[in-house]
Structures are given as C-alpha cells and as structure tokens.
Design a protein around this ligand. Structure first.
Ligand SMILES: [Zn+2]
Length: 397
C-alpha cells in the first residue's frame, strides 16, 4: 500500500477540503482507503503535510501532436511522422508533470498519437491517460494544408459515416467534427460559416453513439451550434457565437461546453508566437476573444455544464500550461474556485463517461495532485503542482 499522509484532501462534490490520508493500492492503481492512515511494515509513505490534495486534472481539448512555439500553424505541417511522434511524447510528458493526468485529444496527426498512447500504457513513455479522436472529420476546406495529418475530409452523410468508422477502426475513443469554420485556419475560411450540414452531423453522431463513443463538435457559428445540439453531439468546443437561445438549448439538452480560453489568453501572453503569427489569424484571435469570454459567462449563468479544455497545441498555448484554463474560468468567466476545479474534474469525467476519474473516493483511479497553497484562496496554485501521482505511481513528489 502507498499512503499520501498529512494532506488536506478535496471532496469535489462537497466542495470542501478535509484532513484525511489516502491509501492507494499500487497493484490496481486505485484508491483503496480514505481516512486515517494505518501503514503496515513495507508500506510506502508520501508526506503531503500542509499541502492541498486534489484529483489529477482533466483537459478535454488538447492537440498533443502540435508544437506551440511558432505563431504560424503551417510550421508543423511538413514534419515526418517520426518527428511528430517525438514531439507528441514530449508534450505528453510535460502535460502529465503539470498535473494533467487525463487528456482528450480532439485532433491528432496520422494516428501517431495512438502509438504514443500505447507506449504510455506499456510504460515505455510518460504521459496522461489519453482519450483520442484520431483525425477530425471536416468538409472539403483549404485549411487541410495547415493541418494535413489532422483532417479527414468527408462530404455528404455517407462519407461522414465512413470517415467516422475509419477513426473507430484506428482506435478512436470519440469522434470530432468540424461543424463550423475555424479561427486558426486559411484566409478564406470563416469561423461564422456553417461547415457540416445537420444531415452530416447526425451521421457522425449515429456512428459514434452506436459504438458507445461520444462526439465533440468544433463550433463557433451560432447556427452551427444549434445544428450540433439538434444532431445530439455531446460537447460543443469553443461556442464563441452562442446566443441566449443556443445556450438555453445546450443547458436543456445537457450538451457540455468546452471553453478553450487558453487559446487566446496564452497566445496574447507569448511575444514570439504573436510576432510570428500571420496577420489574418492574429486579427481573428483578437477580434472575437472578449465576445467568447462573455459567451462563457452567460453559459455558466444559464446552467450549461462547462468541462475544462484548453486547445493546448495552438500557437503560444503550451503543453503543460493547461491549468491556466482553471485560472481564467475563475478570473475572467467568474466561476467560484470550486466550480472552476469541477470543470477539470467531475464535469470532465462525466463528459468522458469515466466515473472513476475526477474524484478521490474509494475505488477511483489514484490520479492525484498536491499544491502548496490553498486553491480557494489562489486558484493559480493549480499551475504550480508540487506532486503528481498517476494510477498510483509517483510522477513527481
Ligand atoms: Zn482544437
């Protein structure tokens, strides 16, 4: 048995910290006991006295295969798959060491990320638990030249069904669809334009749900959000132009909103990424950022479930800086600290259909982080984790 002793441990549902010890069974990687430590001879004790202990964080929107230093996303387009694999492994390790013990990758690169996931499972690489979409499904668009390894073009409902099946055959855990135009895309693409039709979105949802998988829909445009919710997708990514009616519809349908505020906020803080970003991209990122944050505020007020997602992998949005999203949820969107933490724990686990993630109850996966300051006093403590445990194994202490 491995014991985390002396810490203040978060009960996510109750929203309170309690002075208890956590017993982990290293064989199952799960939490076996919560209470007073009763260590036996040979047990491993990890002292977290005076620290705050939380479930490992879950980021529902990353692109581990993308690098973040260059402002122009096309800089990534010419890499060999071998180079992508090395970049991905490095990104996965940085992400885990920052306390993100689970990620949902919503657009990989030639399935290289699946090889990295398998290497992590075999213990020959370090990284978070990974839920993967494979290639994202898109209509024919000039943006393919920006992300040639990430896009799976499918026009028409039958082609979408076939493309979704191809992702599942490769080992995808979910299906990602581009319901509307993107921001970090070609000059001729418009984020306010509809891409997949309702018919095409329904086709993707049908194949995913028939196979016990969920659907993440990239959506900025208002009508695209309406169509995606109508088609039955499980999460809306970004949601920039959602209005009161669309948000009400999401709340009623239980459609989760994945914010990705980091894509703008961390970009604007990175001088090199800003300086090297093509003009048309920077203009878009600046033009719609405040509106996006305002939309998220209204979404929270209207009772839409938010699940933490960063879009880590976009320019300046570095792997390992993911927990900043929780800070922005608190400081910009106005969530309480515990609600912000819930976006990255219980809400995210529900979206992933993983009841054993996102909390520290008996039987849960032993994915645990510790921070040195009270996160209710300063939520940015989450960006400075001092201990990380994944599946009961110590990543850093
Ligand atoms: Zn994305």
């Amino acid at each position: 048995m491995r014991w985390l002793v002396g810490g203040e441990v978060l009960d996510v549902d109750a929203g309170t910290f309690r002075r208890v010890d956590v017993g982990i069974d290293p064989d199952t990687g799960r939490i076996a006991e919560v209470g007073q430590a009763r260590p036996a001879a040979g047990d491993d004790l990890i002292d977290v006295s005076g620290r705050w202990v939380l479930p490992g964080l879950i980021d529902c929107h990353v692109h581990l295969t993308l690098t973040t230093d260059a402002g122009d996303p096309r800089a990534d387009a010419l890499r060999t798959d071998a180079a992508v694999a090395l970049d991905t492994a490095a990104a996965a390790e940085r992400t885990l060491r920052a306390g993100i013990t689970t990620v949902r990758d919503v657009g990989g690169w030639n399935y290289v990320e699946m090889a990295v996931r398998d290497a992590i499972r075999r213990g020959i690489a370090a990284g978070p638990r990974m839920f993967l979409a494979g290639r994202l499904l898109s209509i024919t668009t000039s943006t393919v030249e920006y992300y040639p390894g990430m896009y799976e073009v499918a026009d028409g409902a039958d082609a979408v069904r076939a493309a979704a099946r191809r992702q599942l055959a490769q080992g995808a855990d979910l299906i990602k669809v581009m319901a509307t135009g993107a921001m970090l895309s070609s000059e001729t693409e418009d984020s306010r334009a509809i891409q997949f039709t309702l018919d095409e979105l329904r086709a993707a949802v049908e194949i995913a749900h028939d196979n016990f998988r969920h659907v993440a829909a990239h959506c900025h445009a208002l009508r695209g959000i309406h169509q995606a919710v109508e088609a039955g997708v499980d999460s809306i990514e970004h949601g920039t132009f959602a209005d009161h009616e669309a948000l009400g519809k999401m709340a009623a349908a239980g459609t989760v909103l994945v914010p990705t505020v980091c894509a703008g906020e961390l970009l604007f803080r990175d001088e090199h990424a800003v300086a090297t970003m093509p003009d048309h991209l920077l203009q878009r990122m600046r033009a719609f950022h405040d509106l996006h944050v305002e939309t998220l505020r209204r979404a929270h007020e209207l009772g839409v479930t938010l699940a933490m997602g960063t879009d880590a992998g976009t320019p300046g949005n570095h792997h390992g800086s993911n927990a900043w999203e929780c800070v922005f949820m608190r400081d910009l969107v106005g969530l309480t600290p515990i609600d912000s933490i819930r976006t990255a724990t219980t809400n995210a686990a529900r979206l992933l259909r993983q009841p054993d993630l996102g909390h520290l109850g008996v039987g849960a996966h032993a994915d645990v982080i510790a921070v040195d300051e009270h996160p209710f006093d300063d939520i940015s403590a989450l960006t400075r984790v001092s201990a990380v445990v994944k599946a009961g194994a110590v990543v850093r202490s």
